[in-house]
Ligand binder design. Structure first.
Ligand SMILES: Cc1cc2nc3c(=O)[nH]c(=O)nc-3n(C[C@H](O)[C@H](O)[C@H](O)COP(=O)(O)OP(=O)(O)OC[C@H]3O[C@@H](n4cnc5c(N)ncnc54)[C@H](O)[C@@H]3O)c2cc1C
Length: 387
């Protein structure tokens, strides 16, 4: 079936741009506690206006159209500097996996509230003793009549305290090799026995937390994909975290780089900064890196349009880490020169750069650390020996 593309027409893109200009919330606080309700409400308005479900199947509450529509939408959203909607984990990471592996009943029940932000999702993969070596996870799901009883502890679970659902990896068969006995469970966060302990990051936000599961009942119809086949399903989720997420983040970094360029011009013009050779070199390097990332993103998009994201999404992630950390480290080093600048021009808000810099340090950890991505590239992309 030919999928009709909705935003291919430049007039449609123009109307989206005008809508965003008119409707997007402005001056949204950077701290999560004050931000959350605003971005959740924003998600509902985007969905109700028909923009958010682009590229998602209509029969499950999506707006139809092609994946390219979703990419165009993301591009316009970022370029308009509108905030990102609240339900990132659902929209970008877990949701596409549910569409690929879910039963008809699961998709009918879960996709629309996820898109509209009525139900926020979190991802319960990492554990205190299983991060990079995810296959060693110890959370157990034992069979009981009608489902499973879950016991264990997850950590670094982003948005857990806001979430209604958790995509949980648990061991359902401890007697087989470790990757073969894992299942992917969809768990309601208000189930008796689930407890969330928020953890504060160096940005000051409690974006993630620990989640304890004590005798939590999960009905058997909430297994996503095959029982004991959860490892394969989880790899699909992680590939989305590395590929499509990387495309969106690339756009955000391109916009940030342009803002930084204008900021440096302003600092130089107002005598706050001397444009010495070292500064010029750093800016030149950052711009070159951003351009390289933009080029690379085009390849990622082509891969996405032609099918499932593959092992090469690890390369996207590595490149993104390098660019993101370089750009925001440069901004951070210029903070001294930015003193008093907000009073002069409220658009040049220095606090944004502190937050971006601190958050950029996490980029080489979440979604699989940089070292692990290099290992994947070495072994699975380049075919190098494991040692
Ligand atoms: C901001 C943020 C949000 C997150 N959100 C979530 C979430 O929502 N859900 C979720 O499940 N997880 C989440 N995580 C967890 C993240 O996926 C893990 O932190 C990551 O996989 C690394 O695991 P770890 O912290 O246990 O470190 P470890 O695995 O203990 O690694 C410690 C160090 O050793 C290195 N190392 C480990 N093994 C190897 C190896 N084989 N070769 C080379 N070096 C190695 C690592 O690179 C790292 O530097 C989040 C993390 C962050 C920072």
């Amino acid at each position: 079936m030919q999928v009709k593309q909705r935003l291919a027409d430049p007039a449609a893109r123009t109307s989206l741009r005008a809508w965003l200009e008119r409707e997007a919330p402005r001056d949204v606080p950077t701290d999560l506690a004050r931000r959350f309700d605003i971005v959740r409400d924003w998600q509902r308005r985007l969905y109700d206006a028909g923009w958010l479900g682009l590229g998602w199947p209509e029969e499950y509450g999506g707006a139809g159209g092609a994946i390219l529509d979703q990419l165009v939408f993301n591009e316009e959203l970022v370029r308009s500097k509108a905030p990102h909607p609240a339900g990132t984990i659902g929209l970008e990471i877990v949701g596409p996996t549910i569409v690929s592996y879910g039963t008809e009943v699961q998709k009918q029940r879960l996709v629309k509230p996820m898109l509209r932000g009525d139900e926020i999702w979190c991802q319960g993969f990492s554990e205190p003793n299983a991060g990079s070596d995810l296959g060693s996870l110890q959370t157990r799901a034992e069979p009981v009549p009608g489902g499973f009883k879950v016991n264990g502890r997850k950590t670094w679970t982003s948005w857990a305290q806001y979430a209604q659902w958790c995509a949980l990896l648990a061991r359902t068969d401890p007697s087989v090799p470790k990757h073969k006995g894992i299942s992917y469970l969809l768990v309601e966060m208000d189930s008796p026995g689930v407890e969330v302990f928020p953890l504060v990051q160096m940005t000051g936000d409690a974006e993630f937390g620990e989640v304890a599961f004590q005798d939590v009942f999960v009905p058997e119809e909430n297994v996503l994909g095959p029982l004991n086949g959860g490892w394969h399903v989880a790899m699909n989720t992680l590939a989305h975290e590395r590929g499509p997420y990387a495309v969106r983040r690339q756009l955000e970094i391109s916009v940030a780089m342009e803002d930084l360029r204008q900021l440096v011009q302003h600092l130089v013009a107002t005598g706050r900064l001397r444009p010495d050779a070292l500064l010029q070199q750093r800016i030149g390097r950052c711009r070159a890196l951003v351009q390289m990332l933009e080029q690379h993103s085009q390849e990622v998009i082509s891969a996405m349009l032609s099918g499932e994201p593959g092992e090469e999404s690890s390369i996207d992630k590595l490149l993104l880490i390098e660019v993101e950390q370089s750009v925001f480290a440069l901004a951070f080093d210029l903070l001294g020169a930015m003193r008093g600048i907000r009073e002069e021009d409220p658009r040049l808000d220095a606090s944004r750069w502190t937050h971006e810099y601190l958050y950029s340090r996490a980029a080489s950890i979440y979604g699989g650390s940089a070292e692990i991505q290099r290992g994947i590239v070495g072994q699975r992309v380049l075919g190098l020996p494991r040692a």
